[in-house]
Write a protein that binds this ligand. Structure first.
Ligand SMILES: CC(C)(COP(=O)(O)OP(=O)(O)OC[C@H]1O[C@@H](n2cnc3c(N)ncnc32)[C@H](O)[C@@H]1OP(=O)(O)O)[C@@H](O)C(=O)NCCC(=O)NCCS
Length: 339
């Protein structure tokens, strides 16, 4: 049996991994061992065909190579134990890219092992099958985005994916929803009202009140009809399965809510129509990086490296070229008022 010191030495992991490996050592092996993975697991998480060969190879090698298997067993056991616990996040570091496909695909393999655990939890909570599948398909989507950004198969947004695999995020049609308590943890939101203003707005706006965070995955046009369909289904879902959240406030923090976009996009564009659903909270944070990340997949060293094609791409570049900055904004809406 290996120990953590041998694992670190054999893989050449630096000091920055010490705390993580120690935590894994404490978590120990999963009581029932590792599951047998099958092609169905890849389908469940919406893995695209281009990504599957490297992932299958990584699964085989990680399962078969002692130091990798040591990490996998314990990282999987941690994810398995956290199903249903949306509070206590753990470190989930990227592994060194120099270690190859095992490293870039490591967290994909971990989540594939956990597919049956989260599917089972969804079933016990009565989460409808289509919502369970939409939720887990975020793993395939983020793997595609990683490939588009890096030119290889892998995943570096495991902290985000872990939310879906804990039962803290639900994909419902076009949009994603994460229940949380206002101003009590990492969901923030980034901006909110001061205590007096929040109190004057009544229940639903105060620190600790139950709210839902709204997220917009990169998965096709954000037409009003797909939004309305998702909002209606989300309201029904929360009413039945997560009581106390369906009629409260839904918050969103995003570059997509920057009203400066209205200077460049048509009033009937999907983004502008989406923005109009929200009441904005005071406060802005400059973040050109966020706009570049979600539109171009990277922040360029120089603007002339980019070849903007769409209206939005031209807007993102022009605004920064003329000295402006893109901003993160927080807004809120109510599901019951969306038509
Ligand atoms: C949100 C999103 C779905 C909106 O796309 P949409 O429905 O096509 O939006 P619009 O109709 O308002 O698009 C207006 C214009 O911007 C372009 N555009 C929209 N989103 C784009 C994107 N991410 N990259 C490049 N161009 C984009 C459209 O092609 C259109 O250009 P055109 O008039 O030249 O054809 C899309 O931006 C997206 O997938 N973003 C990534 C996810 C994201 O940013 N989430 C928020 C994280 S905080």
């Amino acid at each position: 049996m290996m120990d953590s010191i041998e694992v670190v030495a054999q893989l050449g992991l630096g000091a920055e991994y010490t705390a993580w490996v120690r935590m894994l050592s404490e978590v120990g092996q999963p009581p029932d061992g590792l599951p047998d993975l099958s092609p169905d697991d890849l389908a469940t998480v919406g893995m695209e065909p281009q990504d599957q060969p490297d992932i299958v190879a990584a699964c085989q090698d990680v399962f078969a190579t002692p130091p990798w298997r040591w990490l996998l067993e314990r990282a999987y056991h941690a994810v398995q134990r956290d199903v249903g616990d949306t509070e206590n996040m753990r470190p989930m570091p990227n592994l060194p890219v120099e270690l190859g496909t095992n490293a870039t695909c490591f967290w994909i393999v971990v989540f594939l092992c956990a597919v049956r655990d989260i599917r089972h939890w969804h079933q016990t909570q009565g989460v409808p099958d289509d919502i369970s599948m939409d939720t887990l398909a975020d793993l395939g989507r983020h793997t595609r985005l990683y490939r588009q950004r890096n030119g290889r198969t892998g995943l570096d947004t495991q902290w985000w994916i872990s939310l879906a695999f804990r039962g803290g995020l639900f994909g419902i049609g076009r949009l994603q929803y994460a229940p949380y308590h206002l101003l009590t943890g990492p969901a923030g939101p980034l901006f909110w009202y001061d205590d007096a203003t929040a109190a004057s707005r009544g229940p639903g706006f105060r620190r600790g009140d139950p709210v839902v965070g709204l997220h917009i995955p990169d998965s096709g046009p954000l037409t009003p009809s797909v939004c309305v369909d998702s909002f209606a289904r989300a309201r029904a879902f929360f009413r039945e399965h997560v009581p106390g959240y369906a009629d409260g406030v839904v918050t969103c923090t995003s570059w997509l809510l920057d009203e400066q976009l209205q200077q460049y996009l048509e009033p009937d564009s999907n983004i502008v129509q989406f923005q109009r659903r929200f009441e904005l909270v005071p406060g802005t944070r400059d973040s050109d990086a966020s706009a570049f990340h979600f539109v171009f997949g990277r922040t360029p060293d120089a603007l002339d490296q980019l070849q903007p094609q769409t209206r939005l791409e031209r807007a993102i570049v022009e605004h920064v070229k003329t000295g402006g900055h893109w901003r993160l904004r927080t807004g809120w809406l109510r599901l019951s008022e969306q038509t």
